[in-house]
Design a protein around this ligand. Structure first.
Ligand code: MN
Length: 256
């Protein structure tokens, strides 16, 4: 199998690399199924432009919870741009101490984002849920029924019982190398999350590997570690993950 065949990076930030366009071109050439997320609606038009003709790289419209304090006013722009894409991210909640000051506002905006997505139908969301998985799942349950859109929890770090609730709510999970190195997360992944709900991600450039920033090409290593955890071969894992991606993209309300 070709080194980069059947690889998926369902959450990375290619526009945060200094050579954004080259990163998109290299990822496209490698054939890695990539979702490059944005942190502000303002960044989205250029992302859309650069991924207009790519076959493997898609751009998502985001409003990062860590930026809500300064960027809440961009919600209007988010809602204006939403019809241009079926991919939404990075959105969600962050209740870590540094961002707790805006947690109330984050919840208001995330609820509105979910409502807009439910109304539009067919959206696929990449969701941040740091120290707030329960709240994220509550909001998904109340605002985004599974038939109106799909949620992928990116870098999930919740408890075993939160994982069980998220699975019941229909969530997918995009897993990165940090999660697989976490002694706390490995048993949760293995015991609570069905293999049918897994995807992979790098969260590049935020996750480091061997002291350097990751890029989508590094996602092969995540697949290898995941295969080891689930006791299957890498090839089997690649095939299983691709099937998961196909299932995820096959939404009941799919537009295109
Ligand atoms: Mn991210």
């Amino acid at each position: 199998m070709e080194a980069s065949a059947n690889l998926i990076d369902f959450h990375c930030h290619l526009d945060l690399f200094p050579d954004f366009e080259e990163m998109v071109a290299a990822t496209e050439a490698a054939g890695i199924k990539t979702l490059t997320v944005t942190t502000t609606p303002r960044a989205f038009p250029r992302n859309l432009e650069i991924t207009k003709k790519t076959q493997h790289v898609r751009a998502a419209l985001g409003l990062h919870p860590q930026l809500i304090k300064e960027r809440a006013s961009e919600f209007t722009l988010f809602s204006d741009l939403l019809s241009q894409t079926r991919y939404v991210g990075e959105v969600g909640l962050d209740a870590s101490p540094v961002h707790y000051g805006s947690f109330g506002q984050q919840q208001k905006i995330f609820r509105k984002i979910l409502q807009l997505c439910a109304e539009a139908g067919g959206k696929i969301l990449s969701i941040h849920s740091v120290r707030s998985a329960t709240k994220v799942i509550d909001l998904l349950e109340s605002e985004l029924p599974a038939e109106r859109g799909r949620a992928v929890l990116h870098w999930f770090s919740g408890s075993a019982s939160e994982a069980v609730r998220a699975v019941a709510a229909g969530c997918y999970f995009s897993v990165n190398g940090e999660m697989l190195r976490s002694e706390r997360m490995r048993p949760v992944l293995l015991a609570r999350i069905p293999r049918e709900r897994l995807l992979t991600e790098t969260d590049a450039p935020f996750v480091e590997q061997n002291g350097r920033k990751t890029c989508p090409q590094d996602v092969g290593r995540v697949v290898a570690e995941l295969a080891k955890l689930f006791r299957c071969t890498e090839t089997e894992m690649r095939i299983a993950l691709m099937a998961n991606l196909r299932d995820l993209l096959r939404l009941p309300t799919e537009s295109t």
